[in-house]
Write a protein that binds this ligand. Sequence first.
Ligand SMILES: *Cc1c(COP(=O)(O)O)cnc(C)c1O
Length: 462
Amino acid sequence: MKYISTRGQAPELTFEEAMLTGLARDGGLYLPAEIPVMSQDEIAALAGLPYEEIAFRVMWPYVSGSFAEEEFKAIIARAYEAFGHDARAPLKQLNENHFLLELFHGPTLAFKDFAMQLIGQLFQVALKRRGDRVTIVGATSGDTGSAAIEAFRGLDAVDVFILFPHGRVSEVQRRQMTTPADSNVHALAVDGDFDDCQAALKDMFNDFDFRDGVKLAGVNSINFARVLAQIVYYFSAAVSLGAPHRKVSFTVPTGNFGDIFAGFLAKRMGLPIDRLVVATNQNDILHRCLSGEGYFKGDTIPSISPSMDIQVSSNFERALYYAYGEDGSAVSQLMDELKNGGFNVSQGTMEALRESFDSGRVSEDETLATIKHTQDHSAELVCPHTAVGIKVAEEHRATDVPMITLATAHPAKFPAAVEKASGEHPPLPSRMSDLYERPERVTRIANDLGALEDHIRRHIAE
Ligand SMILES: *Cc1c(COP(=O)(O)O)cnc(C)c1O
């Protein structure tokens, strides 16, 4: 499989090259040149298989050519062995026709472990084969950072630097980033918000001297390997509710649009997904856009679902690429307009987006009320991101199509909001109960490209 950029001006790469590169050199995001399609029989055959086997069958067409079959199977096995649940992504029923897909049984208690644990193993095998090393820099609104650190800690071919907005991540999220003792792990608290961190990361990738000098690699949700790993659980969940013989819908608590874009690819691969519902908190650029108001940046407002406190959703560019008929120059032009604040979406493009996506927005009070309601009516304590999803899902639920809401984090990752809403303190799973006692290691740093690049240059291993 060859990979192409959404802006049409970067060289075509193999899966391995696209994975190691992250952002394309024309500023775009990599996508497979063609989306592989699975037949209805192939999808039906997934029912009842172990998660790892489903993962292999769904992802293989995307990676073949870069990895050998047995090698890839071993990578998948290692990626998911540290999960605290044999089903990896278990489904739980909330009411008649509404299900929760629990994606928080990985080492850092959020869905990002699904992609990051896989990417860690993929990088290790690819770099070992090349005799090479890289510097991974990531920007996080909380969960990506800890997931990346858990995936790469202790690997000798990699230094990992994580930029997070100082004071804007939960204590559990921060401690998960600052307590790993491995010398290749570097947590950087940036004086700014998540969009500043993300912008600094983009600027580093566009500074080719720096990029080549430190062998920069990205594992943010712009990395196609991240998206790829997330396609798998759409399949595992849908087949356990009767696909391909029955349609299902998904509601996805959304920030950077990576998770829900994986659902879009699952649909294009042949999985009978009826609706893909984008659920946002008060940072609602995607909801406004899908409601026909154009894609215009606002200010990021801190919320109790901080992993979704985003104004620019990087992966939306991938959806726009398909909505604009795979026209790289049109996407390129929109992204130029975005630098000046935003753009309007043409009528035809809106129709293309609405073929797959619905959306809803949830206020802070509604999020708290949904945590309480879910506790009272379904005996589940859910995290605030998941609550945003549940609320929007209930608004979009149809009687004849099961709705699956993605439970993106464990409630113990956001104990303050959960306790405020429910009166119950969500305990950490026992395997990480000493998190609050471990010493922290973090560098506070200005939101300044020069300072960041200088710090990274001075701290990579030779
Ligand atoms: C990252 C994250 C999201 C948003 O996912 P995107 O892929 O960025 O849309 C939602 N919930 C939680 C808990 C997250 O960590």
